[in-house]
Design a protein around this ligand. Structure first.
Ligand SMILES: Cc1cc2nc3c(=O)[nH]c(=O)nc-3n(C[C@H](O)[C@H](O)[C@H](O)COP(=O)(O)OP(=O)(O)OC[C@H]3O[C@@H](n4cnc5c(N)ncnc54)[C@H](O)[C@@H]3O)c2cc1C
Length: 480
């Protein structure tokens, strides 16, 4: 092989860029990781967004996917400062009447709290929890013949159905509401096929290890991944925004933690007409409007169980949540949006000055929306936590343009790097023998625009790097 500056260059330091860089460096290659912003981390950064001493997670805050990631689990991240904190309950889902459904650690406990839906919940979740370890790398990877086809079919059958169809298993307000909040993480109308997949994965993660927050803030995941990469001999440079291949040092392999739109800008001239056309047809999904608060006390939720949960889903019934998500998909802005809220300082006192608290929330909005949803989000919190507004010391908000400005991968505010629907679930960003390989030799895409999609888990980066190791370096890295 001709002499190059590096064996591989990775552009973008989100969880997937960092995971790709680590996988390549662990295989003995020399790797340079470039980041356009002044600090590493992509969707894993934390900062004092409101007042001094209040540490907010700018993007991701709750980490079932990171704690459950087969790739992250294989790394010594604890040795590099990563510590998860597990709230007693993963999520709470309050209702108008002051009660709440709760996603707990075990299937039995969660099912028991669902009254007459106890058996329906247990019969749905028990088989998935039992077989997850056999199917995890198949579910969290590209489309291929699974190692455990029967177990995979047992997951795939309910996962491919729409959330509303799967909800027919449940009769109680509690189970139906809890389920719709889980499925609404899909950022799609709950009538869409495969909107059950993310809900099932998130509930499985709760029953296997929980939904942790990170001690000190999500930034610590980025810092631990970067510290481990550097300890292996990897190099990191920040403030290098890549808009052209000409900016890059020479390397036989280039992995880009970017979405198809940037991929086309950077390397489009190298691609076949077919691949370019496929990337141009790639679809981005709904965006988010995000609020962070500094509070002088915990959020006063009416339902006591909310104080035990790191995440609280605000949307009341399945019908209300389905309406809000459906309206958003049609370009509307619901008066009562489905709000995903996290309260990390309840479990991690290092996030705020003594006695004070932080809270994090977002709702879904149409891609590119300029509407300020602060009032609608705060009204929704107040609805389930009367007196909330009086607790606010300061707030920081981001609309879709600000989210994209903060991170160029969040096109129009889409935090998943493109719609994760049935058509883009396994074939993102394009239908190819390997979704990570572009049509240009040595150039790979490794962001959440590849399988398995959004979330902090690093599995896209891991799979893309494995592809590059096989194609370019003829190395066969060990499986997880
Ligand atoms: C408000 C919000 C809340 C979220 N909540 C959660 C959550 O609680 N749990 C969870 O698991 N996930 C959550 N996510 C989603 C999660 O953050 C993303 O899915 C994940 O970060 C995607 O990882 P990635 O590596 O593909 O890309 P990113 O994390 O987006 O990283 C891409 C990096 O590449 C850099 N980059 C892009 N283009 C270039 C270029 N041309 N040159 C140089 N650098 C470039 C960017 O600056 C960025 O640092 C949330 C996201 C947001 C915005």
């Amino acid at each position: 092989m001709a002499k190059h500056d590096f064996d591989a260059v990775v552009v973008g330091s989100g969880p997937n860029g960092l995971s790709a860089a680590i996988t390549l460096q662990r295989a003995g290659l020399s790797v340079l990781l470039l980041e356009g912003k002044s600090s590493i981390g992509g969707g894993m950064r934390s900062a004092e967004l409101t007042l001094p001493g209040f540490v907010h997670d700018i993007c991701s805050a709750v980490h079932p996917m990171a704690a459950g990631s087969p790739f992250f689990q294989a790394l010594p991240l604890h040795d590099h400062g990563l510590e998860y904190i597990y709230p007693a309950a993963s999520a709470a889902h309050p209702f108008n009447d002051g009660t709440a459904a709760v996603l707990r650690g075990s299937v039995e406990e969660t099912a028991h709290l669902l009254g007459s839906d106890e058996n329906a919940y247990a019969s749905l979740m028990t088989p998935l929890v039992k077989t997850w370890k056999d199917i995890a790398t198949d579910v969290l990877g590209p489309l291929h013949f699974p190692a455990h086809p029967i177990e995979m079919a047992r997951f795939g059958w309910p996962a491919l159905s729409s959330a509303l169809r799967l909800a027919k298993r449940f009769r109680t307000k509690g189970a139906r509401g809890l389920w719709s909040g889980m499925a609404a993480h899909s950022l799609q109308p709950l009538t869409n096929l495969s909107t059950s997949a993310i809900g099932l994965v998130l509930m499985t993660m709760s029953h296997l290890q929980g939904w942790p927050v990170v001690k000190g803030g999500t930034q610590k995941i980025a810092d631990a991944l970067a510290a481990y990469f550097i300890s292996l001999g990897g190099k990191v440079e920040t403030n290098v925004y890549v808009s052209s291949l000409a900016q890059l040092p020479s390397s036989p392999a280039l992995l880009l933690d970017v979405t198809p739109r940037q991929l086309l800008q950077i390397a489009g001239h190298k691609f076949s007409a077919l691949y370019k056309w496929q990337l141009q047809k790639y679809r981005y999904g709904a965006g988010v409007f995000k609020v962070d608060w500094a509070l002088d006390a915990p959020i006063p939720f009416a339902a006591e169980a909310c104080a035990t949960a790191g995440t609280v889903h605000l949307g009341n019934t399945l019908e209300e949540i389905a309406y809000a998500e459906g309206l958003t998909a049609k370009g509307g802005h619901p008066d009562q949006p489905f709000v995903l809220l996290a309260q990390p300082s309840l479990f991690d006192p290092s996030r705020a000055p003594q006695g004070r608290h932080t809270a994090w929330a977002y709702c879904h909005v149409p891609n590119g929306s300029a509407v300020d949803m602060t009032e609608a989000i705060e009204k929704q919190v107040e609805r389930f936590a009367p007196g909330f507004r009086e607790r606010i010391l300061a707030r920081h908000t981001m609309n879709t343009a600000q989210v994209e400005d903060y991170n160029p991968n969040y096109i129009g505010g889409d935090i998943n790097g493109g719609v994760i629907d049935i058509r883009q679930l396994f074939t993102r960003p394009a239908l190819r023998s390997s979704p990570y390989r572009t049509s240009a030799k040595g150039i790979y895409i490794c962001s959440s625009s590849t399988p398995p999609g959004g979330g902090v888990h690093g599995m896209c980066g891991y799979h893309a790097a494995r592809r590059a190791l096989k194609d370019v370096f003829h190395l066969l890295p060990l499986s997880l």
